[in-house]
Design a protein around this ligand. Structure first.
Ligand SMILES: Nc1nc2c(ncn2[C@@H]2O[C@H](COP(=O)(O)OP(=O)(O)OP(=O)(O)O)[C@@H](O)[C@H]2O)c(=O)[nH]1
Ligand SMILES: [Mg+2]
Length: 363
């Protein structure tokens, strides 16, 4: 009996010992993920203004092949400059009859009446037909170089570019090309699919974003373009993105409802970033000739356009419209579309443009 009790005591002692041992050496804890950062309020409290981060204005990398202005403007050169050349060839002097013919050519070109009038005044002051070409080239250059550039001051980050224009002018294509140039300059870019009217427009921008290697922020088709722009800005600010390019649906300058929508997009963006947009790029199709001047005048009334991207200069004889836009609307032409592929967007160069437009035709 005493032996059985001793065995029981030993067993009980063993159980207690084991329990103590377990308590002393707890099992290894499962590995936990690192603690989550404390959640931050992303929506600023009512009335608070986000702290601005001021940076140098990001620059897109240069267009990779040097733009061939001469080839790009060959059809425009054949237009009014070719006609002028034809009529002046073999004339001994700038007599009244010749000046009358020069006047007809100038006013029939897509220069706008102001530029046509100035060019005529320049020609009237000359002594011989041989001086016409270089005198007009010099005046064209002066007109283009006198335009103000308003985007050189340091701005808040991200640099926001709102892209507007009539249907089919080349907005989405220009955004794709610009996004690629900013990305090549080492900038982080978001494109915002603010054309929510057509699902195909969102898909088209997504294809350009992929080609350019940049991110896209989309909304639902039929959604509010202003909220897509707002979301893109919020996301860009949260992640330190450098450039936001906002696509918009094409709209006729005569459609007041749609023009008001542009102002709304601008207002809503300013709730997130009060200085946005830093650039409003009006995309004009050079083929539309003088109508492009009217478009610029009307868009300017709805939003503060800072510059123009003139597209399809490669396929038109109406490149002279650049001068009309510059003079009658007083807006700088920033970019020139010289083709349909990713690399076909050049910085507008006044000197190259004027030179190519007035270049003598190859004999
Ligand atoms: N040749 C040439 N074609 C261009 C240029 N820029 C755009 N295009 C063409 O013009 C057409 C319309 O371009 P989009 O970028 O879709 O124009 P959009 O302004 O976005 O059009 P919507 O969104 O419908 O208003 C496309 O076929 C482009 O390839 C250019 O510089 N040169
Ligand atoms: Mg588009």
């Amino acid at each position: 009996m005493a032996g059985g009790a001793a065995a029981l005591l030993v067993f009980a002692g063993l159980v207690v010992g084991l329990r103590r041992a377990r308590r002393a050496a707890p099992p290894p804890k499962p590995k936990l993920p690192p603690p989550a950062p404390p959640t931050r309020e992303v929506t600023p409290p009512e009335g608070a203004v986000p702290v601005p981060v001021t940076v140098e204005v990001p620059r897109p990398a240069p267009a990779p092949p040097r733009p061939n202005w001469s080839a790009g403007l060959s059809r425009s050169r054949a237009g009014f400059v070719g006609k002028l050349e034809g009529l002046l060839r073999g004339r001994a002097s700038l007599d009244e009859q010749t000046l009358g013919e020069v006047e007809t050519v100038l006013y029939g070109a897509d220069l706008g009446v102001r530029t046509a009038g100035e060019f005529l005044a320049v020609v009237r002051r000359l002594r011989s037909p041989e001086e016409v070409r270089s005198a007009l080239e010099a005046r064209a250059r002066e007109i283009l170089e006198s335009l103000p550039s308003s985007v050189d001051e340091p701005r808040e980050k991200p640099h926001v570019i709102l892209v507007v224009g009539v249907n089919g002018s080349g907005k989405t294509t220009t955004i794709g090309k610009l996004a690629a140039r900013y990305a090549r300059a080492g900038k982080q870019v978001i494109v915002a699919a603010g054309d929510t009217y057509r699902a195909a427009a969102i898909d088209q921008l997504a294809i350009w974003a992929e080609r350019a290697g940049v991110e896209i922020v989309k909304g639902a088709p039929g959604g509010d373009p202003a909220s897509v722009a707002f979301d893109a800005l919020k996301s860009a600010r949260a992640r330190g993105v450098d450039v936001v390019l906002v696509d918009t649906a094409g709209r006729l300058q005569t459609d007041q409802g749609l023009m008001d929508e542009l102002a709304k997009i601008q207002r809503v963006m300013r709730k997130e970033l009060p200085s946005a947009p830093h650039e409003v790029l009006l995309v004009l199709d050079a083929n539309t000739g003088q109508n492009a001047i009217r478009q610029a005048q009307e868009f300017k009334k709805a939003v503060a356009i800072t510059g123009i991207a003139l597209t399809k200069l490669d396929g038109t004889a109406r490149g002279g419209v650049v001068l009309g836009i510059a003079q009658e609307v007083s807006l700088p032409v920033r970019y020139a579309g010289l083709g349909e592929s990713l690399d076909d967007l050049a910085d507008f160069d006044s000197a190259e443009f004027a030179k190519a437009l007035f270049e003598p035709a190859a004999e």
